[in-house]
Design a protein around this ligand. Structure first.
Ligand SMILES: Nc1nc2c(ncn2[C@@H]2O[C@H](COP(=O)(O)OP(=O)(O)OP(=O)(O)O)[C@@H](O)[C@H]2O)c(=O)[nH]1
Length: 428
């Protein structure tokens, strides 16, 4: 979900003030809440708002317990299925939880609400469960053969790119790293083994699975290929099912390994190394397309004070609240990462500086609204941001200039966004 496609949430809560607070918080995370005091119009609301993806209901309303009320509604609608329902309540006893479970709760949150945990739960419910298909690059100088193998993989639900010119492989990898590379062994310009050696020279592709597909039965050459960095050597003609499962098993393991390595454990965002790597990729893409790419650095303000006042675990929660907000507010093509302790980086492809500035300013304002630490003494945090854009700023200066802009935001009093339009004169 992103801000262009906000999910609607139906909130059934009889306390107006609590509902207003919760709606405000949900909006900060990019949801569109619809509030009702009771279940009177539930079926009409669901019919008229097909975009409603989840219900949040207080277990007890003035008119009684929500469980039997929902049951009656479902019966009235011929037993139709309600969207996943999260229950909330100020009562924490076992019987209340049991009521919620009997009413079909997918989750139960006590009041006062931990909004962050609630949003995490909504995200799990709403996020599409279908993973993106494995992306395979097939390289074979015989285009028809490459197409045949690609079509087997497409049939099994994978996406493929086909290349008959091995000299273009490296560019294709930079453009979009696949989950696996299928290589022919004998090609006119260079052999598959040589091509694998070229790819392995780049530390970014050291782990990329390479599977050779060749009619070569010579055992020494096959061993040679494996020792030069191939992961498997499949001999043609190959059983289609065996080919597909060999590819998908390796692609799946690689993807799992990559996500473990590339993610920051606290936030689930890309870590420092991965975000820098993504920036390189986006710059290459921008150089090709002639479109701008903006790079933003965000830093929490006076964060030491938060840790000192409320403790490290609460500080961690603040960090997580910003990562959630980034997940909510950015477009699917934008890329966010945790750059350092309380510092985040965002890559905005196809985005000129001024647009990036507006977007980050909206994010800054939304972050300020989030009620932090709602189970204790509440407070609000703010962030400072610096943005630079390529090509106005040369690629090798993009990060340092975003950092200078961030420093300027801090210097001017924090809680602001500063843009650096171009590389200032005399900076080398
Ligand atoms: N809770 C928590 N704190 C962290 C983490 N990483 C860094 N920090 C803390 O973040 C604080 C950053 O402090 P400073 O660099 O002095 O910056 P600041 O207090 O945010 O002040 P300004 O950036 O100037 O507004 C330090 O106290 C770090 O210990 C983390 O993962 N969790």
């Amino acid at each position: 979900m992103n801000k262009l496609n906000p999910s609607e949430i139906l909130l059934i809560e009889d306390s107006e003030s609590f509902a207003a607070m919760l709606c405000e918080q949900l909006m900060q995370f990019g949801y569109r809440p619809l509030w009702r005091r009771n279940t009177d119009t539930l079926l009409e609301d669901l019919r008229d708002n097909p975009g409603i993806t989840a219900l949040i209901c207080d277990v007890f309303l003035e008119e009684g317990s929500i469980g039997p009320l929902l049951e009656r509604k479902k019966a009235a609608a011929g037993g139709s299925v309600l969207p996943p329902t999260i229950f909330i309540s100020g009562h924490l006893d076992f019987m209340t939880r049991l009521q919620a479970a009997r009413a079909g709760a997918v989750a139960f949150f006590p009041k006062p609400l931990d909004i962050g945990a609630l949003v995490d739960c909504l995200e799990r419910l709403i996020r599409p469960t279908t993973a993106t298909p494995y992306d395979i690059l097939v390289v074979d100088d015989d285009h028809a053969v490459a197409q045949y193998h690609a079509s087997l993989l497409n049939h099994a639900g994978m996406t493929t790119r086909v290349l008959s010119d091995p000299t273009r492989v490296y560019d294709a990898l930079l453009e979009r790293e696949p989950d696996l590379l299928v290589l022919d062994m004998h090609m006119p310009v260079c052999s598959g083994v040589e091509l694998a050696a070229v790819i392995r020279q780049d530390p970014r592709f050291v782990g990329l699975p390479i599977v050779f597909l060749s009619a070569d039965h010579n055992i020494e050459r096959r061993i040679g290929a494996l020792s030069f960095g191939a992961d498997d050597f499949l001999v043609k003609p190959i059983d289609p099912d065996f080919f597909v499962s060999s590819v998908s098993v390796r692609a799946s393991r690689y993807r799992e390994m990559r996500s473990q390595i590339s993610q920051d454990s606290l936030t689930g965002l890309l870590n420092h190394t991965s975000i820098k790597r993504q920036l390189d990729i986006e710059i290459v893409r921008a150089q090709r397309s002639g479109r701008p790419v903006s790079f933003a650095l965000l830093d929490l303000d006076h964060f030491k004070r938060v840790n000192d006042t409320f403790g490290h675990p609460v500080g961690d929660e603040v960090i997580r609240s910003l990562s959630r907000l980034l997940g909510q507010r950015l477009r699917q093509t934008d890329i966010a990462g945790r750059y350092g302790g309380e510092e985040f980086a965002v890559i905005l492809p196809d985005t000129p500086l001024q647009d990036a500035g507006r977007l980050m300013d909206q994010l800054r304002l939304a972050f300020r609204q989030i009620v932090q630490h709602p189970v204790g003494k509440t407070f609000h945090s703010s962030l400072s941001c610096g943005i630079a854009s390529f090509p106005a700023v040369p690629a090798n200066h993009l990060i340092s200039f975003a950092d200078k802009a961030l420093y300027e935001s801090k210097r001017l009093g924090r809680d602001r966004v500063t843009l650096i339009g171009e590389k200032p004169a005399g900076t080398g």
